[in-house]
Design a protein around this ligand. Structure first.
Ligand code: RTP
Ligand code: MG
Length: 140
């Protein structure tokens, strides 16, 4: 099993409800280490670039509005198979389909306001981490 890194966002619905610590407790209990973290106001340009793969989807405009509607916490998580491990901790995109104990089952409000993001591949994790962190901000 390889130690790898993934990129995480605690989304505005969760920061609004003061759930940053509660999300982090679940992440840490799952054995993932938070090796970088900062609270930011994502700009429209950042959100459009970050979710660029969804540009043609009907929910793109709403998604960008949501991601810029309040503070987010961007993070780098490290651990064994961190990409897949964190996707499991997050649960399904739609909280109605998310398994018991997952972040989205515990905290998400809707398919859009679903509390957390996690990279879907190791390649995308590298790209997403580089979008928000410089190397010296990540301390493993
Ligand atoms: P994420 O990228 O945020 O980790 O979520 P994901 O892989 O589970 O889901 P994805 O298909 O990549 O969708 C990205 C985000 O767009 C919002 N969404 N809204 N209204 C809708 O039907 C809809 N579908 C997706 C969610 O915030 C989702 O996490
Ligand atoms: Mg995704």
């Amino acid at each position: 099993m390889a130690i790898e890194r993934t990129f995480s966002i605690i989304k505005p619905d969760a920061t609004r409800r003061n759930l940053t610590g509660a999300v982090n407790a679940v992440i840490e209990k799952a054995g993932l280490r938070i090796v970088a973290q900062k609270r930011i106001a994502m700009t429209r340009a950042e959100a459009e670039a970050f979710y660029g793969v969804h540009r043609e989807r009907p929910f793109f405009g709403d998604l960008v509005a949501f991601m810029t509607s309040g503070p987010v916490v961007v993070q780098v998580l490290e651990g064994e198979n961190a990409v897949a491990a964190y996707r499991e901790v997050m649960g399904a995109t739609n909280p109605a389909n998310a398994a018991e104990g997952t972040l989205r089952k515990l905290f998400a409000e809707s398919i859009e306001a679903n509390s957390v993001h996690g990279s879907d591949s190791a390649e995308n994790a590298k790209i997403e981490i580089a979008q928000f962190f410089s190397g010296n901000e990540i301390v493993g």
